[in-house]
Design a binder for this molecule. Sequence first.
Ligand code: NAD
Ligand code: ZN
Length: 348
Amino acid sequence: MKALTFRAEREVVVENVAEPSIECSTDVIVRTRTSAICGSDLHVYLGREKGIEPGTVMGHEFLGEIVETGAAVKDLSPGDRVVSPFTTSCGRCFYCNRGLSCRCLEGQLFGWIENDEGLHGAQSEYVRVPLAETTLVRVPESVDDETALFTGDILATGFFCAEMAEAGPGRTVAVVGCGPVGLFAVIGARERGAETVLAIDVVPERLALAKRFGGEPIDASSTDPLPVVKERTDGRGADAALEAVGSPEAARLAIDLIRPGGILSVVGVHTESRFAFSPVEAYDKNLTYRTGRCPARRFIAPLLSFVARKKYDFRSIVSHRLPLSEGPRGYDLFHRRLEGCTKVVLTF
Ligand code: NAD
Ligand code: ZN
């Protein structure tokens, strides 16, 4: 089958690899209908996250149709259209029972193989899904492929970020970074009832989308966000900052924007070894800091009901639909933000 694999820093290729097969009775094989490139794939692509083995199939955002089931799989059948969270989960361990499926004791991240261990990704024609019954979610007919695809990662992560930020009525929050995750954090904050959602980035297309989703855009390339946020909050600062970038500069900006007693909610994946703020600053601000991988599995079912109401045009974030064979170009466009690239979806 055709798959997009990691070869070296800034080099991904489409090549022929062996089709996956059932390895364990709880596995299923999914034929991919749509798969996407995530900001998290860029950390690997750009060499910020190291350790992945060359030849690993990239990607963890996918939706497809089940073509084969392991002997122990009873609740899923060939033909089912399913979406996957970006990690697998058993549904019954200490962490799964507490809604933290991303830390499942048996869980694995799609698209990460290191020292011969791990799981291939989903930017390929077929994907093997372990722990299938407690990982995959069946998609109702009323929801289209791309919208459903987003519930497994970027939409779940945006809502998780808004949840950690306690965005809600009467609160003013600042979203730092309006990539796909930040854009969906804008929607998450609005849906939780936040009064004002300030949305910060430097890319015009992304700021325009933030506005369409109910945010008030601030272009940090021409406007210093700090005085704007202060002015909107009687000089105090935001009740929470939602950081969806994953860089020291973004984390620094986020903490500067928060008022004393505020919350810093970080879903951006950080690869540096030190915080952008000191323990003294955290103390002096009575800061609450929340971060981590999104337990996407617990968000998917409620999000599928939410998107079925069609309140937002979630697909409007997609700027490029490319066949898998053009995946390498998709990585280049997405990371350099060329041609107005806001989100790349791969077609099969
Ligand atoms: P992206 O790279 O498209 O988005 C990042 C955005 O931040 C871009 O629009 C960029 O212009 C903007 N930006 C960069 N520096 C900035 C700064 N200093 N101030 C304001 N804006 C700035 O990627 P994405 O797909 O939206 O992902 C965003 C982050 O979320 C990545 O770090 C990704 O790894 C992470 N992520 C985390 C989880 C999780 O479970 N926690 C899940 C998915 C993605
Ligand atoms: Zn992702």
